[in-house]
Design a protein around this ligand. Sequence first.
Ligand SMILES: Nc1ncnc2c1ncn2[C@@H]1O[C@H](COP(=O)(O)OP(=O)(O)OP(=O)(O)O)[C@@H](O)[C@H]1O
Ligand SMILES: [Mg+2]
Length: 271
Amino acid sequence: MKTSRRISSKRHQSIQKKLKLEVDQGKKLRHDLKECKLHYTRLAKEFHGTKKQSAKLSELLLLQQEGERKDISRKLHDEIAQILTAVNFKLSILSRTTMNRGPELREKIIDAQQMVEKAVDKINDFARELHPMILDDLGLAVALESYIKEFMKQTKIQVKLTTLIDISELSDVNKTVLFRVAQESLTNIAKHSKASSASITIRKIKNNVQMVVRDNGISFQVKNLHLIEKDKYIGLIAMEERVKMVDGVFAITSSPGKGTLIKVQIPILRV
Ligand SMILES: Nc1ncnc2c1ncn2[C@@H]1O[C@H](COP(=O)(O)OP(=O)(O)OP(=O)(O)O)[C@@H](O)[C@H]1O
Ligand SMILES: [Mg+2]
């Protein structure tokens, strides 16, 4: 009897020891878990900070790029094209004052004048492509109308523009973002879609401006655009970045038989 009691007390002690060990291990685990949680929260905060910083950086880069484009565009238009126009004016004076020097010289002057005119046109096209000044001076609707007119002339793709919003409500940044998205979408339509027609619709939905660019082309696989062939998709990615920069939402749908649709929604007033 005594022996069995001793054994049971020994077992009891060993169970207690085991239990204590388990309790200690549990405490250590809880402590480690707490440490892990703290570490994770710190990491999450750092990640959030880095993400915010990188978003801010891309916003700054895009704004800087837009500013530089505007600057080069103005210089091309106001300085270089003006100088060439002045050269042309001088050539026409020369042509008049050398009337009696025979037709050969006159023809050469006319040739030179035509070349200068071509150069002025090219410079103005280039300046418009870089930054349409018409966007600052006359607004988004006029800038898009003029861009579409030229686009249709060059590509023979019919584009219908519908603006169901008072465009003057939009800030300069919003106007630029919408113009760039429309420009890149149309460029893609011309380059890749084989479409015969497209449309751009801009409307107001609550406090947002929504722009939809649609084409009736061959469509493409949109899935995982960010994961595959990153360096190939600069145009679409830059569009998305620009839209996100103004707290907007960007979406593409593309399916065979239905063409491609790009939808952008931007808050009109940002707080
Ligand atoms: N409207 C469209 N119709 C059919 N395919 C399109 C259309 N828009 C884009 N794509 C496809 O998506 C790809 C990515 O377009 P994205 O604009 O990013 O690049 P890109 O036009 O090839 O080059 P870039 O960087 O000069 O714009 C295109 O190469 C094309 O295959
Ligand atoms: Mg492109």
